[in-house]
Design a protein around this ligand. Sequence first.
Ligand SMILES: [Zn+2]
Length: 98
Amino acid sequence: MTWTCPTCARTFAREEQFHSHDTEDVDVHFAGRPERLRESFDKLIRSLPSDVQVEALTSVIVLSARRTFAYATVQAERLLLWLRQAYQRCSAGGTDLP
Ligand SMILES: [Zn+2]
């Protein structure tokens, strides 16, 4: 069972879960950045299970599968990925980062 916020259309495991409504297009995060950063990000997303949601907010790109497990931020010359411990359990199931 999931809940969809009527304001921003993001979906969550719990109703009324605290979150940001400041959604953004993923492309905005990569605008003016080296193409290799977008290529790396796209490769990462393709390597993840199909139920992983990618939601871009104004400040970060959120990766979630029932729960948020990673945040990505795009800087001038690098792509930073902040992994939560939950991802390690997912990784143990056979999904590896590219
Ligand atoms: Zn919302």
